[in-house]
Design a binder for this molecule. Structure first.
Ligand code: NI
Length: 639
């Protein structure tokens, strides 16, 4: 298994350079070609598994998306890194728009700030053009035509030392940009001359005008013998877990080939886990910002927006970091140092019991392995945190923080769709939907998905006291049955099992997805954002594995009218029993803003848990030793 990077490893800087060189040599390209993304083309699963069993090494390839600005078309190029050759090239149809690149946005800002009509609108508002913060947004389907377009909103900065521009939104001013020509095509100004708010109360730096509290004593995490995990390249081994970690240009943090060693046998759990989409519909008809409904993953890409993390600040303890490799718009490799943080955390109690008769106390402390990254998407920060536990469970938590997006407001009437933050400034109701793509492979690829509800047994001869309840199962035999939503009242769980492997009581081994807080979209079913993000209609989808089915709203949601992705694939209604199933779980943070979210938002959390159900024959954490003998919690007589 030696020779070159692991087949699932993300691209290296050298690979980016080589792939772009080959991709740019494609005939027919115009002389104005930009590079949207470069990623490892992950091998098809059977080829990967065959290689793991000692078979042929899969070809090392990259998948590049180019933007040929000269022809106004996207181009998909696959490059072989085994011999630096072109494998395939596909010209995307007219109007199919690749994602926007961070560097493209920088150009948008320059274009807007040099447009005479825009400058005139600023002057009319008494705003110094040097002080504006211009933020391009994807337009969805709100602009006609097939041109690549964006809309830009404006705020005013008080200084350039990290002041909070979101405290001074300009009401009424929207610039529409043709990204192919990088020119402003139109200025929409429905409130000429409206002055910006004063920005009072918007500063969050250095206590935001409040003295720092002085009674926090140092809290240090030390592991004098080092952490219990081993990082080897992108492979992590911790306790009985082992997996690979990557940074993907679109999804950001990814986990691969997750296994758990049980009594000496490595058992597969999951081939790939990621957050495949993140979409934020805003719920405010405010004339300046009504169009906001954005796919942060599909339209921008989390990879290049990933933060470089700092020890002691972003992550506390004995940390191992992985760098991330992305690309500039010009196709050069860009390294994000310390993009992924890996460390152990104390997690309180794992299990405990006090035997009343003998007074004996047995307990084990929980700890977890944390694999995390944080991306800054404009005003917001999204932390993606995966937690592995000693009891075989795995959790995902998104941590949302940053600054709530703001808009101007001029009416004396309070809007029911937003919260006033001060004079002339509001923050709108919105929702953040994440979609986890979980390619579960429990003890192999042949799995079956189902849901379990708890239901009350009617009173009767078998239930004379009326106390009984049992579980009821709905097996997803086909994809048409596997579009489901959460049901907290019946404690609905979504499970995946392997019917060819049984536990000690004869049941198939399984894992279940335990939903957390969740909601459904509140936009009209015929609204633009609902059409484009049809996958939001259900919390859970199960599909049959197809390596081409990667993103729930399709490969290219930018300016798409919708219809791609999960709804289209599931329409095939493929059989799911004992198949290679992929679970898509849609969940989110419902955000009716609070005053406490301003001027910077305390972390809001949303996520889910995957935990074993009869996958193990007993509590898999029985073998976790008690805390250090002799410490105050473990008197000698009790240990
Ligand atoms: Ni929010």
């Amino acid at each position: 298994m030696t020779g070159g990077p692991h087949p699932l490893d993300p691209v290296t800087a050298d690979e980016v350079t080589r792939a772009v060189r080959v991709a740019r040599s494609l005939p027919d390209l115009s002389d104005d070609v930009k590079v949207v993304s470069v990623e490892t083309r992950e091998p098809e699963k059977t080829a990967y598994l065959a290689w793991k069993e000692g078979g042929v090494r899969p070809a090392r390839e990259t998948f590049c998306i180019l933007l040929d600005r000269g022809r106004r078309r996207g181009v998909e190029v696959v490059v072989s890194l085994d011999d630096d050759s072109l494998v395939s090239a596909v010209l995307l149809p007219e109007g199919v728009q690749p994602a926007m690149h961070l560097d493209e946005f920088v150009r948008v800002v320059d274009a807007v700030r040099s447009d005479e009509r825009y400058l005139a609108a600023l002057r009319l508002r008494g705003v110094d053009p040097a002080s504006v913060h211009v933020e391009p947004w994807s337009t969805g389907t709100f602009e006609p035509g097939t041109a690549r377009q964006a809309r830009a909103l404006t705020w005013v900065r008080a200084d350039d030392k990290g002041d909070n521009p979101y405290s001074r939104p300009l009401y009424g001013l929207v610039a529409v940009i043709d990204l192919d020509r990088m020119i402003v095509t139109r200025i929409d100004d429905h409130a000429p001359g409206t002055r910006p708010p004063t920005g009072e109360g918007g500063d969050y730096r250095a206590g935001g005008g409040h003295p720092y509290r002085s009674d926090l004593r140092p809290l240090q995490i030390t592991q004098p013998e080092g952490p219990s995990f081993v990082l080897d390249g992108h492979h992590v081994a911790w306790q009985k877990w082992d997996l690979r970690v990557g940074l993907h240009p679109r999804e950001g943090l990814t986990l691969h080939d997750i296994g758990y060693t049980d009594a000496g046998e490595r058992r597969s759990l999951c081939h790939r886990a990621s957050i495949a989409e993140l979409v934020i519909p805003y719920g405010d008809p405010n004339p300046t910002t009504h169009f906001k409904g954005v796919f942060d993953t599909g339209e921008y890409g989390m990879g290049p927006l990933t933060n470089s993390l700092r020890l002691g600040c972003d992550c506390l303890g004995e940390i191992a970091y992985l760098d991330g490799i992305t690309n500039t718009w010009d196709g050069e490799a860009r390294t994000i140092p310390n993009a992924i943080c890996i460390h152990e955390e104390d997690d309180n109690l794992l299990w405990k019991h006090t035997d009343d008769y003998s007074g004996r106390v047995d307990r084990a402390r929980s700890r977890r392995l944390v694999i995390s990254s944080i991306a800054t998407v404009g005003n917001y920060e999204y932390g993606y945190f995966w937690y592995l536990h000693l009891d075989g469970s795995l959790r995902f938590e998104a941590k949302l923080t940053g600054i709530v997006h703001t808009a101007g407001w001029v009416s004396s009437e309070r809007s029911p769709y937003s919260l006033p933050l001060g004079d002339g400034i509001v923050t709108s109701n919105h929702q953040h939907f994440l979609c986890a793509r979980l390619d579960l492979d429990l003890d192999g690829t042949r799995n079956t998905a189902f849901e379990v509800d708890s239901v009350a047994e009617p009173r009767g001869p078998a239930n004379p006291d009326g106390v009984a309840f049992r579980t009821e199962r709905l097996t997803y035999a086909r994809e048409s049955q596997a579009r489901r939503s959460v049901a907290p009242a019946s404690a609905r769980r979504f499970r995946v099992e392997n019917r060819s492997r049984r536990n000690r009581i004869g049941d198939p081994v399984s894992y279940e997805l335990v939903p957390g807080d969740n909601m459904l979209p509140l936009q009209d079913p015929g609204s633009s954002i609902r059409e484009r993000a049809r996958f939001l209609d259900h919390h859970l989808w199960v599909t049959r594995y197809d390596p081409a089915e990667r993103y729930p709203a399709g490969e290219y949601p930018t300016q798409s009218a919708g219809g791609d992705g999960l709804p289209a694939w599931a329409a095939a209604d493929r059989p799911l029993l004992d198949e290679d199933v992929v679970v898509w779980y849609v969940f989110g943070a419902h955000h009716v803003p609070r005053l406490e979210d301003w001027p910077v938002m305390p972390v809001s959390r949303t996520g889910f848990e995957l935990r074993p159900v009869g996958f193990f024959d007993f509590n898999p954490a029985l073998d976790v030793p008690p805390p250090e003998p002799g410490t105050h919690c473990c008197p000698a007589e009790a240990s």
